[in-house]
Design a protein around this ligand. Structure first.
Ligand code: NDP
Length: 329
């Protein structure tokens, strides 16, 4: 597994990271969660991504348990704050109070003394950026957070955040946006803004939640046990990937399988390798409901796709790709 520097920072992340949204603490039992984490470690994945809000905070607990006993210096643990974790009016957002409370709760659940990259899970228009970045700055000075990131912020929000981060000496080094062959909204604005600020992309849903695995087939029932078919996954799948469950998209995806075959890859491997061709991407965060998926998908690490193959992919997906930067967030 190759490592890549996270933006202009000194932190190295594994180019494929494992995330546990929807899976740990919800869709899969703890034994399967442990097996997925073990498969990731066996494959050389060192970067793990979670969030306080995942599975109503259970995902962090499951990950903390699964990584217990693993040499802390050998892994990068990333988590996030913003979405509600309770019903109180301060149990959400990017206020100083919630950031401090949320960070301490995440440290407890993850059974660790520090978070490698702590993300603002979304932009909070109700709180001043100064308040948010001062809170992050204090967590950094206390050694509880090493680096800071933002997720699904627009180019303008990132630029304003980066100016404050520089003033307050906060190491803002990562952006965590959705990015896949089908969803390329970061290319025109977010990536150039981040490049100017030395911020690297750690991208989510490289398989568009499984659409780019090729298992969803037009006019066929949803595969049993798939994210789209389970009660834990279906609402999120519907909201963020439901738009791709269309005959034209699914037929194009099936054509991508032939491209994958020609270059000796499976379709999930091709899709993950595709995001890793972008030099601004520091890591692709994969999700997995089975250890076998991790074992298959990690083989996308280190793959170089020829320009001709990239062009073939674009031709097949012509007219189907979402590129509108206004869809950020
Ligand atoms: P993917 O696009 O990689 O989708 C993962 C899912 O696809 C798996 O859980 C599995 O679902 C299916 N799958 C994976 N591999 C295969 C395979 N080889 N064959 C068939 N099906 C496969 O990523 P996720 O959507 O899970 O997102 C990854 C991570 O990104 C999250 O865990 C989280 O850490 C982060 N994230 C961050 C967000 C943010 O706002 N910052 C938002 C969303 C995610 P199944 O088997 O159930 O069908």
């Amino acid at each position: 597994m190759n490592g890549r520097k996270l933006g202009a920072s000194g932190l190295t992340v594994s180019e494929i990271a494992l995330g546990n949204w929807i899976t740990h603490g919800a869709q899969v039992d703890n034994e399967t969660a442990n097996a997925c984490v073990q498969a990731a470690l066996d494959a050389g994945i060192t970067t793990f991504d979670t969030a306080d809000v995942y599975s109503e905070t259970r995902a962090e607990t499951v990950l903390g348990q699964a990584l217990k006993g693993i040499r802390r210096e050998g892994i990068e643990l990333c988590t996030k704050v913003y979405h509600p974790t309770g019903t109180g009016h301060n149990d959400r957002g990017l206020s100083r109070k919630h950031i401090m409370d949320a960070c301490h709760a995440s440290l407890n659940r993850l059974q660790t003394d520090y978070i490698d990259v702590y993300y603002a899970h979304r932009f909070d228009p109700t709180v001043s950026l100064e308040e948010t970045f001062l809170a992050f700055s204090d967590l950094v000075r206390q050694g509880k957070v090493l680096y800071v990131g933002v997720s699904e912020w627009t180019a303008d929000q990132i630029t304003r955040g980066a100016a404050l981060a520089q003033e307050l000496r906060v190491p803002l080094v990562s952006s965590q946006p959705q990015y896949s062959m089908l969803w390329r909204v970061i290319e025109d604005e977010v990536i150039p803004a981040c490049q100017r600020e030395g911020i690297g992309q750690v991208v989510w849903s490289p398989l568009a939640q499984g659409i780019l695995s090729g298992k969803y087939v037009p006019d066929k029932p949803l595969p049993q046990g798939s994210r789209a078919s389970t009660s834990a996954g279906a609402p999120f799948f519907e909201r963020l990937a439901g738009q791709w469950l269309r005959t034209d998209v699914l037929l194009a995806v099936s054509k991508l399988s032939s491209v994958a075959l020609e270059v000796g890859l499976t379709l999930p491997q091709l899709a993950i390798a595709w995001v890793l061709q972008n030099p601004h991407v520091s890591a692709a965060i994969i999700g997995a409901s089975k250890p076998e998926q991790v074992q298959e998908n990690v083989k996308a690490a280190g793959v170089r796709l020829e320009l001709e193959v990239m062009k073939q992919i674009d031709t097949i997906l012509d007219g189907l790709v979402e590129r509108d930067p206004a869809k950020t967030g």
